[in-house]
Design a binder for this molecule. Structure first.
Ligand code: SF4
Length: 219
């Protein structure tokens, strides 16, 4: 499989989950290469490029060396490499809590739906600037059907809400997050997003890694 290349190395590190329903939980992070979208504010554009090859066996050994209770597979868009992820997960014990971050445009395979403990689905709204469709209603229904999906939306303001509401997702599984890649942007953007969450009775999602490390990568 192909890891995103950060500087010269494939990106893999041990940290805490910075976003979503398990924010604060320790996990090994594996960033896969390649994405089918091109969001204008993407903070990991380097993941779009040709990645670094690693066998699933070698990657499993590196993950296990951290003795971590959790694994977060992110990207890029990880589901572009679904068969390789299936093989990787078959090499890890069931006790490892597996999260996959996805942009919600590719449906989970049955094998991944059965193994993955939590899907962090982050559909991209109009302000992402993509020229291809980003909101795939049937794919999002497939994630809802797993029973293990949360839907994280990066929002800029109230004008984003109609597109979110139109998706008819379970309200208790919706998380709104500020659009921010620096501490300063995060501090500025938080209050309006908190107001949106209170108005629409959905959960606020902070960006712990940005609050802790700013725009530093690989942490
Ligand atoms: S889907 Fe994620 S990785 Fe892909 S371009 Fe958008 S923000 Fe970047």
């Amino acid at each position: 499989m192909k890891l995103a290349r950060l500087n010269t190395e494939g990106e893999l590190f041990y940290s805490i989950q910075g976003e979503g329903a398990r924010a604060g939980s320790p996990a090994v992070f594996v960033r896969l290469a390649g994405c089918n979208l091109h969001c204008r504010w993407c903070d990991t554009k380097y993941s779009w490029a040709q990645g670094a090859d690693i066998t699933e066996e070698d990657l499993a050994a590196r993950i296990l060396s951290y003795n971590s209770p959790g694994l977060v597979i992110t990207g890029g868009e990880p589901l572009l490499q679904a068969p390789a992820i299936e093989k990787l997960l078959s090499l890890l014990p069931d006790s490892v809590f597996v999260e996959i971050e996805t942009n919600g445009t590719i449906a989970p395979t049955p094998a991944l739906a059965a193994r993955v403990n939590q899907w962090n689905v982050s559909p991209k709204l109009a302000h992402s600037g993509n020229s291809t469709p980003t909101l795939c209603a049937q794919v999002l229904k497939d994630f809802v059907a797993t029973g293990h999906a949360w839907f994280k939306f990066v929002v800029q303001g109230e004008e984003d809400w109609p597109a979110i509401a139109a998706l008819c997702l379970p309200q208790e599984r919706i998380i709104l997050m500020p659009c921010a890649t620096t501490r300063e942007q995060l501090a500025t953007a938080r209050p309006a997003v908190v107001d949106m969450c209170l108005r629409h009775r959905v959960r606020f999602g902070d960006r712990l890694h940005v609050a802790l490390w700013g725009d530093k990568k690989g942490v």
